[in-house]
Design a protein around this ligand. Sequence first.
Ligand code: AMP
Ligand code: MG
Length: 358
Amino acid sequence: MQTLILPTDTSEFAKDAVARAVTLLGTGDVVALPTETVYGLAADALNPEAVAKVFATKERPLFDPLIVHIRRADYLATVAAVPEEIEKEINRLTQEFWPGPLTLILPKQPCVPDIVTAGLPTVAVRVSAHPIFSRILRGLERPIAAPSANRFGRISPTSASAVMEELNGRIPLIVDGGACSCGLESTILRVEPAPDGKAKPLFHILRPGPITPEQLKEFGKIVKAKPRTNPKGTEAELEAHASPAPEAPGMLASHYAPATPLRLLERPEDFRPDPTKRYALLSYRGDAKDGFLNLHDWHEVVILSPGAGKLPEAAVRFFYVLRQLDRSGVDEIIAEPVTEVGLGVAIMDRLRRASARA
Ligand code: AMP
Ligand code: MG
């Protein structure tokens, strides 16, 4: 299959690209679309055959559910049933953060096919702020299921050319909406009513993202995720009790990974280079004072935030830079930690997952 990239940088181009995407989606095809987080691989969320193509194209396991995109908050009830006890809180959140990079986990409506939610009774819902994505949703008049437009477990694409690297020949169309303005996948949040009904609701951040814990804490009490315990038992017993789907499969330990091994080096003094290997440094701000720059004769150094350690800049460049390092032909990528506040929480989450080997 020939993969076409259509530009959107004049109003005529945009009109044509939107129309082609809507036609393809309406006939059960998949297309790659820009959002403000990363590029998504889109399908009509209410058409199970179309959604099956998303899984097949990405080689994504069927236990990993997709995010459903709707046009506006007032369409929420078409895909999700908001429980009365948290209705007020959900309204506050959608008013504050939609359109934008916040995904809410809510009980699903029966019209949402099981394949979308991997059999879960809940659905992940979001309203994208990207104007082209928004126009396509309006044209289609149906919700869109769209996970990131990369092959499963690999680096999320933040440009049309990165989607091409991932899915060339597998999809008919990539709509080029420019570089993604956030650069990291959406924050995924599950809201639980307060136990006593009066205090703030409980917020479970299932995946940290561009909407930060600092922004969310005004609206609810953030609950720390429980570490996973390994239950004791025979292998058969464990299998029988294994949850069929992780609560948020972004939680899979190894994810967002380049093909080249990546290691998050929390402290420079822990580096013991193998003299036969070539290493690249993924530096946070390129400042020698951080102790990493002069640690080794690096084969290549790439700086996440050349603007002296600005987290939004580091987030926007993150996946782009990982792709660049993956092409550099080194044996291992050594990553510096970033400041773990605000957006830094999401960046550190991606670095830890990229450094975990399955
Ligand atoms: P991606 O856009 O590729 O990051 O994939 C969408 C992500 O949404 C998945 O990895 C899940 O983490 C999350 N997700 C989708 N549906 C649910 C759900 N019902 N419950 C929890 N997480 C979900
Ligand atoms: Mg993904």
